[in-house]
Design a protein around this ligand. Structure first.
Ligand code: NCD
Ligand code: ZN
Length: 359
C-alpha cells in the first residue's frame, strides 16, 4: 500500500450555477475524492460566470452546503470588473483570464482589456491564463512588463512548452500546468474517431480546448517534464448526449482518472512518484497559496490493475475519454482532515464537509 498526500487540482469546472445537469459541487467533489484529490479550484465560466461579489457568494454558498472535499473558487476577468476582482481577491482562488475562445462567455479579445487586470489584481494572488500558442507569448510579455507572476493553464503544444522554458530561463515569473489528456492522447486520426480507440461515440468526444495535439507535441511535453509545475485535470464535464450531439461542447472529465494514469506512467518508468507529489501537491500549494491539510492522505494499491469504466465514475457526465484503458494503481482510501472520506469505491464524506481554502 502506497501513501500520498491529498492531491490539489487547480483546474476544475464544477458547472454550478447553470450546468448542474453536467455536474455540481456535490458530484464534482465526489469525483475528486474518488480520484485522490482533496482540494479543487473551481473555474468561473459558469452560467452566469463568477465575476463579482454576488456571483462569488452564490458559488461559495453552494460549495459550503454541498462540497465534500476542500475547494476554492476563481473569479473570471471581464471587460469591466478589474476593481471588483482586485477587491475580492482574498476570497477567491485567483483570477482567470480567458484570452482565447472556449466554452462560455468570458473572453478578453482586446489586449487593452488585459492591462487593468495586470495592474490591479494583487501580485501575491494567482493570475491564471487560458492562452494558447501566440496568445501565450503575449501573456508572458505582459507578465514581464508588469513584473508579476502568471500561471498558464493546460499547456499542450511543443512551441508552448519551449516558450515557457525560455521565459523561465530569462527569469520571467511564469508557471504552468499540463493535463493528463494532453500527455496521454493525441489528435485523433480520421480512422480512429474515439480517443480510446474503441469506437465508442463520435468526433464530439475528442473535442477539447486546447485541442488534442500531435505525437510530436506530446513527446515534447514528456521531454520537458521539469518545465511543468503542476498537473491539472481541466475536468470539464459535458453529458454524453451533449458530446454525441450535432454541436458538441469541448471538454473532458478527468478528476477520477488523473492519478491512476500518472501511477501507470510511474510503473512504466516514464515518471517518478516524487514528480507526482511535486506537481500535484508541493508546487500547486506554493503557486496557489494553499494551506496544508492536516491528517490528510491517500492510500493506493500500487499493484492493482483495472480497467477505467465511466460506469464507475461519480461525475454526472456519464463518459470518459479513457474508457477501457488498463491502469495500474487503485485508490483504496482517502482520509481528509482526520476523517475517512472515501473507501473501497464509496464516498463517506458528507455534503458540506469541504472547506473553503480561503477561509
Ligand atoms: C472547458 C469547459 O467546458 O468549460 N472546456 C475545455 O475544453 N477545456 C473550458 C476551458 O477550460 O477552456
Ligand atoms: Zn478549463
Amino acid at each position: 500500500m502506497l501513501k500520498l498526500p491529498g492531491l490539489i487540482d487547480p483546474h476544475v469546472h464544477v458547472r454550478e450555477p447553470g450546468g448542474a445537469h453536467k455536474e455540481d459541487w456535490d458530484t464534482a467533489t465526489q469525483a475528486a475524492l474518488a480520484g485522490g484529490v482533496t482540494i479543487i479550484l473551481a473555474m468561473p465560466n459558469t452560467q452566469p460566470p463568477i465575476f463579482d461579489e454576488a456571483t462569488l457568494k452564490f458559488s461559495l454558498d453552494a460549495a459550503k452546503q454541498k462540497a465534500r472535499c476542500d475547494y476554492g473558487q476563481y473569479l473570471g476577468a471581464g471587460p469591466n470588473n478589474a476593481d471588483i476582482a482586485a477587491a475580492l481577491a482574498p476570497k477567491a482562488a485567483g483570477l482567470k483570464m480567458y484570452l482565447d475562445s472556449t466554452f462560455g462567455e468570458l473572453r478578453l479579445d482586446d489586449m487593452t482589456l488585459w492591462t487593468p487586470h495586470f495592474q490591479k489584481f494583487p501580485k501575491s494572488a494567482p493570475l491564471v491564463m487560458h492562452s494558447e500558442s501566440r496568445t501565450m507569448a503575449a501573456a508572458i510579455l505582459f507578465s514581464a512588463i508588469h513584473d508579476r507572476p502568471i500561471h498558464i493553464a493546460h499547456v499542450s503544444l511543443k512551441e508552448e512548452i519551449l516558450l515557457i522554458k525560455a521565459a523561465k530561463e530569462k527569469g520571467i515569473k511564469v508557471t504552468c500546468e499540463v493535463c493528463p489528456h494532453h500527455l496521454f492522447l493525441t489528435k485523433p486520426s480520421p480512422l480512429r474517431p474515439s480517443p480510446s480507440g474503441r469506437g465508442v461515440g463520435g468526433e464530439g468526444r475528442t473535442e477539447v480546448r486546447p485541442r488534442l495535439a500531435t505525437q510530436q507535441d506530446v513527446d515534447a511535453l514528456w521531454a520537458n517534464l521539469d518545465v511543468i509545475d503542476c498537473f491539472a485535470t481541466d475536468h470539464a464535464p459535458h453529458t454524453i448526449e451533449e458530446k454525441d450531439s450535432e454541436n458538441p461542447p469541448p471538454g473532458f472529465p478527468g478528476l477520477q482518472t488523473m492519478l491512476p494514469l500518472l501511477l501507470t506512467a510511474v510503473d512504466a518508468g516514464r515518471l517518478t512518484f516524487d514528480a507526482i507529489i511535486q506537481k500535484s501537491v508541493i508546487n500547486p500549494r506554493r503557486i496557489f497559496n494553499i494551506p496544508e491539510q492536516p491528517e490528510t492522505w491517500v492510500e493506493v494499491d500500487e499493484n492493482a490493475v483495472y480497467e477505467i469504466k465511466a460506469a464507475e465514475g461519480f461525475t454526472r457526465c456519464g463518459w470518459t475519454p479513457f474508457e477501457g484503458w488498463k491502469v495500474k494503481g487503485k485508490i483504496r482510501k482517502v482520509v481528509l482532515r482526520g476523517k475517512t472520506a472515501f473507501e473501497d469505491g464509496k464516498i463517506l464524506a458528507e455534503a458540506g464537509y469541504g472547506r473553503d481554502v480561503r477561509e
